[in-house]
Ligand binder design. Sequence first.
Ligand code: KG4
Ligand code: ZN
Length: 342
Amino acid sequence: MTTSVTILGIESSCDDTSAAVISDGYLLSNVIANQDVHKAYGGVVPELASRSHQANIIPVVDEAIKKAGIKKENINAVCFTRGPGLLGSLLVGASFAKGLSVSLGIPLIDVNHLQGHVLAHFIKEKNNPKCLPGFPHLCLLISGGHTQIIQVDSPLQMKVIGNTIDDAAGEAFDKSAKIMGLPYPGGPVIDRLAKEGNPSAFSFAKPRIPGLDFSFSGLKTSFLYFLRDNLVHNPNFIEENKNDLCASLQKTIIEILADKVLKAVRQTGINQVTLSGGVSANSEIRNKFTILAQDNKWEIFLPPLSFTTDNAAMIAITGYYKYKEGLFASHDLAPIARFNIE
Ligand code: KG4
Ligand code: ZN
């Protein structure tokens, strides 16, 4: 008889407090408390984030256990996001996980948040059967802090083969949105407004970076200068062209991403590609990559929307793979703000 493995995952790296339960790779619950407190500041305020995590963590974990229909005695291991992220926020999740591990007498597992985004594709759902990517595959990880192409050789063996040299794709969305006076986070807002706009209305300079690396800070600057120049002649330029600006900017970001993924597929000969991270929620990115895969005869895996932005289910599934390998953490392991995938 095989006994099941039930993992509790805790995610607190930025501004979402989340807890999830996964049993034998199947999702039983995934609870997320978003922090609205940052909206007024146009970005995440670290001190407010850690205070909100402290207020949220007990009810969020409690709800995840209840929704999963299990008792805390059924949990085999507790895992937490070790980094990368905001140190104060990470400390809340790490300390809580350590306390729970001691009180329940179960192993503690540390998880790299980026590896969690990559493995979000392996979360199984009873009511939503799907094909899982094989190995090796390429993952385009596009989030608020990272833009990377990762060669994934197995659940726990992966290497970064392309990286941003400055801003992340999510920052290109968020910073450009801020320039236009749109609320934070700007990515979903631009996605929505772009649907009504003409993507060919304006064109913005694309970077010329060799290899598989990305750059987005030049795009942000050229967007800023373009608006500044046009506002001189027409103070209502942004208001009158908002949808076209969003659509054109979004198109440029997608082209930058697509160029490098095409190159990575050609270079590695690996023809299964996954998208992950918050920016992979973008509807046009999902459309364009689906078409790109069809045209170039590779396979694309799009994560369900609930696993694109930060969530504890991706931390729990990574913890599940580490549990199977007996990769446990000691209780004196400290969170780290900067944490690479290898
Ligand atoms: O993965 P994530 O939740 O947090 C990080 O680990 O960074 O990603 C957050 C990022 C933000 O930059 C946000 O603007 C972006 O994901 N995002 C989107 C969309 N939804 C979230 N960007 C473009 N289109 C969207 N629909
Ligand atoms: Zn993330």
